[in-house]
Design a protein around this ligand. Structure first.
Ligand code: ATP
Ligand code: MG
Length: 464
């Protein structure tokens, strides 16, 4: 993309309404625009990151064997009356009437609707286990929408639902979700720690939240420092291997890690003092097992191998897709702007032309642009007439992890500059070497064991 043809409405000044850095930076980088309290338009740059995050979520869910679909945002109140939640949900639910006076609502979550789909089509244990998920907009009329996309009223969520014949099978689904979530966050360059949590209005027995440590988080958490060293890294995961999944979950759930709702002071204090940590944190996901809480009232039952009819065991599993943008920025920025992890960056590499209009510099930039595009990367080329300082400030603000700077002086010596946004370090390379280096950084197998790499060059639109 050439910046002169793009829509990137960056703000020079800090917007007064933004209280936290991610909100400030998303507004300044021209990623979002508030439409109403807690409701945002996603401007091109923000939309791109949102899609990248969604894509990672889809890839890891599909890898875990979960099946994508799409349910509507508007739901019928009748289903929620069946489960008993229509009245329970309270003021957070946006209630609407259609022209016939029928009660509808903008879905805050989809347990009822998915259970209705299930009961219409599945009746035998032979069709299980089954996990269906979608990524869809939700509406919760939060009392205090704030912090930009972090606590919106309209927000994008991945929500998945598992259906299993018994508790043991449902627990395998729970483990599968935990592992696929760990991998999902890791691919986004985030450390998200699973913590035993409270089940809240969705109700249930087993539940973990995934939390990203950040001073601006709304949750208070208590954990053993050892848990922050855990990574999946290059481990190849076999989602059919229940023992492997269980072992990974054990590894992540053995060190003490809890939110304030489930915090146990005595257990925490039993840790050596040097290991005890408390922090603020952002909830970026949650997994639940809730057994037959919905299947019983909604009559979602299956025939077992013995011919018995039993209510199906369910769980639901959410990732805050739009909130993740805020969480990633909270975890990865400096005083100049955002620093995108490679996995979610809106453009792979910036190209800054120090002397637009100089025939040689223009030609070199065009060549680099073409070469990056040819290896499947998306560069953002600042081909405007802005002075160099302004171009650097914009690139730093929008946070592309790599930048190639091209100027007449360097070109005389046959070099351009490749700069890391994270470290600020620059190296002089020939234009060809610079392109090769960037291509290596993003190569699909770079640092990944087979089966753990991003599905390079393919977006979920093409492989669903
Ligand atoms: P919270 O405690 O932050 O209100 P929740 O526990 O009610 O969230 P869940 O029902 O667990 O939310 O939803 C799954 C995920 O959706 C959450 O982990 C969070 O990342 C995201 N999410 C929930 N509410 C919002 C919101 N108002 N704005 C943006 N993301 C949200
Ligand atoms: Mg939650």
């Amino acid at each position: 993309m050439r910046l002169s043809r793009y829509f990137l409405p960056v703000l020079k000044e800090n917007p007064a309404e933004a209280q936290i850095v991610s909100h400030r930076l998303m507004l300044r980088a021209g990623m979002i625009k508030q439409a109403q309290a807690g409701i945002y338009s996603w401007l091109p740059l923000g939309f791109k990151v949102l899609r990248k995050i969604e894509n990672i979520v889809h890839e890891e869910q599909i890898r875990a064997g979960h099946i994508p679909m799409l349910m509507p945002t508007l739901q019928s109140a009748d289903l929620w009356r069946e489960s008993g939640r229509y009245d329970d949900y309270g003021e957070e639910m946006l209630r609407i009437k259609d022209r016939h006076g029928r009660d509808m609502l903008y879905g805050p979550t989809n347990e009822e609707m998915i259970t209705d789909i299930f009961r219409a089509h599945v009746g035998s244990y032979k069709d299980l286990p089954l996990t269906l998920y979608h990524i869809q907009w939700k509406f919760r009329d939060e009392v205090r929408p704030r912090f930009g996309v972090m606590r919106g009223r309209e927000f994008l969520m991945k929500d998945g639902y598992n259906f299993d014949v018994d508790y043991e099978s449902a627990m395998r689904a729970y483990d599968r979700h935990m592992v696929s979530y760990l991998r999902t966050y890791e691919r986004m360059g985030l450390k998200a720690i699973p913590m035993r949590a409270d089940s809240g209005p969705i109700g249930g027995d087993d539940t973990h939240e995934f939390l990203v440590l950040a001073d601006t988080g709304e949750s208070e958490v208590f954990y053993d420092a050892a848990i922050t060293d855990l990574t999946l890294g290059d481990r190849a995961i076999n989602y059919d291997d229940a023992a492997q999944l269980r072992a990974i979950c054990d590894e992540w759930t053995t060190p003490y890690a809890r939110t304030d709702e489930t915090h146990d002071e005595a257990k925490f204090n039993a840790l050596p003092e040097a290991s005890r940590r408390t922090s603020r944190a952002i909830e970026v996901g949650q997994i639940f097992y809730f057994g037959t809480k919905y299947s019983e009232p909604l009559n979602a039952a299956v025939q077992t191998a013995d011919g018995e009819k039993v209510p199906v065991h369910m769980g639901s599993h959410g990732i805050g897709v739009s909130r993740l943008l805020g969480a990633i920025i909270e975890a990865s920025h400096d005083d100049k702007g955002i620093i995108w992890p490679e996995g979610v960056t809106p453009f792979h590499c910036g190209i800054v032309n120090l002397k637009q209009g100089d025939a040689e510099a223009d030609a070199a930039c065009d060549k680099i642009y073409a070469a990056l595009t040819a290896v499947g990367l998306e560069p953002l080329y600042d081909d405007t007439n802005e002075r160099a300082g302004g171009k650097f400030a914009t690139m730093d603000l929008i946070g592309l992890p790599w930048r190639i700077t091209v100027g007449p002086r360097g070109l005389k010596n046959g070099v351009v500059e490749l700069t890391s946004r994270r470290t600020g370090e620059s190296v002089e390379l020939s234009p060809e070497e610079a392109v090769k280096k960037v291509a290596e950084i993003y190569a699909p197998h770079h640092g990944h064991a087979p089966g753990t790499e991003p599905m390079a060059g393919r977006s979920f639109h093409t492989w669903l």
